[in-house]
Write a protein that binds this ligand. Structure first.
Ligand SMILES: Cc1ncc(COP(=O)(O)O)c(C=O)c1O
Length: 460
């Protein structure tokens, strides 16, 4: 009898991972035997959904690390944290201000919570990279709409951090709760060379996916709270909605162990940062595959030096660069037309940093200037969909040619990477400029989701 997934996993294990999970298959940092630790809620092992013993103690230690009042383990990833956070804070009919580069889980939470959404679009760099959220645009939205909560992604997939303190102050002045998707920033507490945690800057809730940037099993994540604005009891119930009643003990233990091991051995982060700085300096010499290092521009307040985001300015694409890396034994986290993202972690084998920079430098030397073909898309700074995501999701739908879709209500988020924010969002009235954006992105070679043979899903 054949095995497929298993065979593939065995096959790829010789390719070096510049991608998640952050344990990088390195036993030194993940000396955990999953079989030995896989168990259930027997006496002494506590209950994730009502912790009073070892899980509670591990969460309390975690909260010290995350600088939060309380931290809650999640075993269904940061996605379950974002779903829980939104679900806990808003009721049907409440308005939520949402940064439009939010993860799919936030868009899903809007459907489930039946809230009204107002989207705020982040700043986009001249190369088409999504950057920070301008606190002023949050303020404008809050002045126009009385909102119960604001949801931002800080840090972004590319490693960019917004001015969370300014956004938190504005949000709180308007009586709303700030939820920060910090899934890519679980490692920030280990060194002053990383940005501050969103919780330290005033966010009421933050979510960290431990598996993304730290040695922990996939799906390991933590939700953190600080202050008194969030109804903790309701939040705990929401976390229970979105996490299994058979939580994986190896996942939870991997966070517990990783936290202790890295705090007790602080030198590992010093070594990691030294190697990161060397890698970043090497990559900075490139002309056409350039290191993204934005700060104090495009509303970017800080950036994560652990995230190696390369912007393609020469006559190639991120896909081609990723293919060359793969041929040479390295797998990137993500590639698009104009971008390639490499995820590093403290558990890396640093000899691969030199291999990586040599390959990229070599490709760079063979490239020529290409005209920056990122044509700016048209966006409103903030907008409210015609129907709530909930109403739009549960309405009857049909599929129409995109040119006949103008004036209809969009029945599904239409997204593309780049820039990975919906071109049209669920419940929004489709306008001429949306169709223009779709055309621009198609010509640009972006992957568009939500278009079926040139047809769009609309509400009947
Ligand atoms: C910005 C952001 N938020 C949330 C998530 C979801 O986290 P998880 O994969 O841990 O469920 C992701 C996943 O890639 C993400 O990129």
């Amino acid at each position: 009898m054949a095995t497929y997934l298993y065979d593939k996993l065995k096959e790829i294990k010789n390719i070096y991972p510049f991608h998640m999970p952050g344990h990088k298959r390195n036993r030194k940092f993940m000396d955990i035997n999953a079989l030995e630790l896989d168990c259930t809620e027997i006496k002494g092992l506590d209950n994730l959904h009502d912790p009073k013993g070892v899980i509670l103690k591990a969460q309390e230690e975690m909260a010290k690390y995350t600088r939060a009042d309380k931290s809650f383990f999640l075993v269904n990833g940061g996605s379950s944290g974002m779903l829980s956070a939104v679900y806990a804070c808003v009721n049907e009919g409440d308005t939520v201000i949402v940064a439009s580069n939010c993860h799919a889980s936030v868009y899903n939470a809007l459907v489930l919570s039946r809230a009204d959404a107002v989207y705020v679009v982040p700043e986009i760099s001249e190369e088409g990279i999504i950057c920070g959220i301008d606190p002023k645009s949050i303020e404008e939205a809050l002045l126009k709409y009385k909102a119960k909560a604001v949801v931002i992604t800080s840090v972004t997939y590319e490693g960019l951090v917004s001015d969370v303190k300014a956004i938190a102050d504005i949000t709180h002045n308007h009586g709303a709760i700030l939820i920060a998707d910090e899934c890519h920033g679980a490692h920030f507490g280990y060194s002053k060379y990383f940005p501050k945690f969103a919780i330290e800057c005033g966010a009421d809730i933050s979510v960290n996916s431990w598996h993304k940037s730290l040695p922990a099993f996939n799906q390991a994540a933590v939700l953190n709270i600080k202050g008194k604005r969030v109804d903790e009891n309701r939040l705990k119930k929401a976390i229970s909605f979105f996490n299994t009643t058979s939580p994986s003990y190896p996942i939870m233990a991997s966070m517990d162990k990783s936290r202790q091991y890295l705090l007790d051995n602080g030198e590992y982060f010093n070594i990691y940062i030294r190697n990161l700085n060397i890698l970043r300096e090497e990559l900075r010499e490139n002309k056409y595959i350039s290191l993204l290092d934005i700060k104090n521009k495009y509303s970017v307040h800080d950036r994560d030096i652990g995230k190696i985001t390369l912007v393609i300015k020469g006559d190639t694409t991120g896909y081609d660069v990723a293919d060359v890396l793969r041929e040479k034994g390295i797998e990137a986290e993500f590639a698009s037309v104009n971008e390639i993202i490499l995820m590093t972690s403290v558990a890396d084998d640093f000899s691969y940093y030199k291999i990586l920079s040599d390959i990229i430098k070599n490709i760079d030397r063979g490239l020529k200037e290409k005209e920056n073909n990122f044509k700016y898309l048209k966006y409103k700074i903030f907008y409210k969909p015609f129907l709530t995501p909930y109403k739009a999701f549960y309405s009857e739908k049909e599929y129409v040619c995109k040119n006949n879709a103008i004036g209809r209500i969009c029945g599904e988020n239409i997204t593309a990477y780049p820039p990975d924010i919906p071109i049209v969002s669920l419940g929004e009235k489709i306008e001429d400029y949306h169709i223009e954006n779709i055309e621009t992105l198609k010509n640009y070679g972006a992957d568009i989701m939500g278009i079926y043979d040139d047809k769009l899903c609309v509400v009947k």
